[in-house]
Unconditional design. Structure first.
Length: 301
């Protein structure tokens, strides 16, 4: 097979591992900087160009699109879909998962456990909004934030009101969530491929920090998840329409709660913590499922 990987940096761990895994199984792989791809859009012939040449004959494309380039990156991926190339994750699913508010609404509609979440537009609604999520402490999140950036734990009601007012004053879109104290600053990253969890790790926040992201200094370790947690992770990924996803769960007194569904989960932390060949599992999934024109939406969404 001929596989394209959309990645801005071929030296990143995840990109390198995917290249190694695909080449080890006899596939031809090419890493493409998504921002250097450009498109010829017309009703008769869809084509993709890259650094002065036309790209042809790819069987599959693996999108590793950063949050900061979601708009252009998904447009490029959509063009590949319209050309009949099989995408590991579809453009519509990536866009859906990147919209934090929309993704939570979709998960809630499927009765998937979530932290109680509030969303408002006017400062006058803040008191009732905080009451809605159980009061302080409360977690306040920028909708555009990634890797723990733009996430604040307000430990008192006054602090929460001040932070929310400050964000609203900057015209930032935020959501407010209940703080799950019993999680103890830890979450579970479930790596979902297809209809199963292939690896899971516990991420623990460092002392004095509540964000467990590895980019924020958190630590990762192997963990055994329950059948309920496994089923919740798979259902969350399926709800987003993602074939490959990193589903972040909190353990709460009322069961597993989904914090986020990541469409481009990193491989380094989970492969290091679990010792599993996740990159190889991704390539095997592509081998089993890649067919021309198999995209469900064909770039229509």
């Amino acid at each position: 097979m001929k596989i394209a990987i959309l990645s801005r940096n071929p030296k990143l761990y995840s990109t390198r591992r995917l290249v190694e895994a695909a080449q080890a199984r006899g596939h031809e792989v090419r890493v493409l900087d998504v921002l250097r791809c450009y498109m010829n859009i017309n009703s008769e012939d869809q084509s993709m160009h890259y650094r002065g040449e036309e790209l042809e004959d790819f069987d599959a494309v693996i999108p590793r699109i950063g949050a900061s380039v979601t708009f252009y990156g998904t447009a490029v991926l959509r063009q590949f879909e319209m050309m009949g190339v099989y995408p590991l994750n579809e453009s519509v699913a990536i866009t859906r998962s990147r919209d934090k508010l929309r993704s939570l609404q979709l998960l809630a509609r499927k009765n998937i456990g979530l932290p109680i979440t509030g969303f408002a537009n006017k400062p006058g609604d803040i008191p009732d909004l905080l009451k809605m999520v159980g009061g302080a402490p409360a977690v306040i999140k920028l909708l555009e934030g990634t890797q723990g950036i733009g996430v604040v734990l307000a430990e008192t009601r006054k602090a929460a009101e001040s932070v929310i007012e400050a964000f609203m004053g900057l015209k930032a879109n935020i959501m407010v969530q209940e703080y799950i104290k019993e999680a103890g600053g830890a979450d579970i990253r479930c790596f979902v491929i297809g209809d199963r969890v292939v690896a899971a790790m516990k991420r623990q926040a460092q002392e004095g920090e509540f964000r467990s992201n590895l980019h924020r200094g958190g630590s990762a370790s192997l963990i055994r998840i329950t059948p309920t947690e496994r089923a919740t992770a798979v259902k969350a990924a399926r709800t987003m329409g993602l074939n490959v996803a990193g589903v972040d769960l909190l353990r709460s007194e009322r069961g597993p709660l989904v914090m986020e569904v990541n469409s481009s989960p990193g491989l380094e932390g989970v492969e290091t913590a679990t010792g599993k060949d996740v990159a190889g599992a991704i390539v095997q999934f592509i081998e089993k499922n890649a067919r021309a024109n198999r995209t469900r939406t064909r770039g229509q969404g």
